[in-house]
Design a protein around this ligand. Structure first.
Ligand SMILES: [Zn+2]
Length: 325
């Protein structure tokens, strides 16, 4: 395979990455089943002592409880962090980055991303929470980041493609536009239930794959998961949300991006047709477009991106259970 461009790959050296392993198998995502509960380091304080109206006894607040989808997460994976109890807001800190909690149906939550280059090993995760009576507390856990072994792909591009589309400026501009979009946090939960594979087909390039272009040294990380399928095959939304981008891009071709709320997004690139418009609400499994070969692509395939708080993640880890949800 070395030196040959595999069919159905796209070239998105972009940046960040991960590695997709197992395909298939779905796991629920909605409000996670408590799997791990960590200790309350700074107790939320004694029960509130409001002065209720005469004859009415005060309702004690339910103390916060931290629930993590997993305590071991791979590079390019994500941990679903939830806090139950009478909590009105808060912030998670992990690996030096901070993420706001978003109100879910039964908890305050967020998806905490692990980047491709985040260091493996044990790291402290802390959550600062606020309660309705003004009390603040801190919850903490130790999360182990596991190393991912990246695959290497060998691609060839024609001089025309290299000249026109491998221009680093073109790539950088598109990436900057996407990063600006992916870092916005809509403070509402727009997803529900399990994450679906958008299309059935062969896995032609894993997330995080390093690329050797025209025989050059491997570098970068593929920013999505490539699934090969015939042109015109329907592409389904991996979960419900709001369409925030539905147009043609230079590198990713016709693209649709769905905001799932809370800083989590899914993207579908190289589409032949786009079936939704910006601003549309979409349901899980709803068709957003069809598989194509638009943009910088060497064969019909879907390039599927997932991003949490601006960090591109391995989409397959949302469907294979390795993130613990
Ligand atoms: Zn791709």
């Amino acid at each position: 395979m070395a030196g040959r461009a595999a069919r159905g790959r796209c070239w998105l050296l972009a940046a960040l990455a991960g590695l997709g392993i197992a395909v298939g198998g779905c796991s629920a995502g909605a409000d996670p089943t408590p799997e791990v509960t960590t200790r309350l380091v700074t107790p939320a304080g004694p029960p509130p002592t409001p002065t209720p109206p005469p004859g009415v006894s005060p309702t004690p607040l339910v103390p916060p409880e931290l629930i993590l989808s997993t305590l071991e997460v791979y590079q390019a994976g994500a941990v679903l962090v939830s806090v139950t109890g009478d909590v009105i807001g808060g912030q998670v800190e992990f690996l030096g980055r901070k993420y706001p909690l978003t109100r879910g149906s039964q908890s305050q939550y967020t998806f905490v991303p692990v980047d491709t280059e985040d260091p493996p090993g044990e790291h402290r995760l802390t959550v600062d929470v606020r309660m309705p009576n003004g009390t603040r507390g801190t919850l903490e856990a130790t999360v182990t980041v596991l190393a991912t072994r990246w695959t290497v792909g060998y691609l060839e591009f024609s001089p025309e493609q290299t000249a026109a589309l491998l221009d680093p400026k073109v790539i950088a501009e598109e990436l900057a536009m996407l990063r600006a979009l992916y870092t916005k946090v809509t403070p509402v939960k727009l997803w529900n239930g399990p994450w679906l594979l958008p299309v059935q087909g062969a896995l032609t390039a894993r997330f995080g794959e390093q690329r050797s272009i025209n025989g050059g040294p491997p570098g970068g990380h593929h920013g999505g998961t490539d699934i090969g399928a015939a042109e015109g095959t329907p592409v389904a939304a991996t979960n419900s949300g709001t369409v925030v981008l539905a147009r043609e891009l230079k590198v990713r071709g016709n693209m649709v991006i769905i905001d799932h709320g809370g800083g989590l997004y899914s993207g579908y690139a190289h589409l032949r047709d786009i079936a939704v418009a910006e601003g549309d609400a979409v349901a899980a499994g709803q068709m957003v477009g069809t598989v194509g070969n638009t943009g910088l692509s060497t064969g019909a395939h879907l390039h599927w991106e997932m991003a949490a708080h601006g960090v591109l993640l391995d989409a397959l880890r949302f469907t294979d259970g390795t993130n613990g949800f």
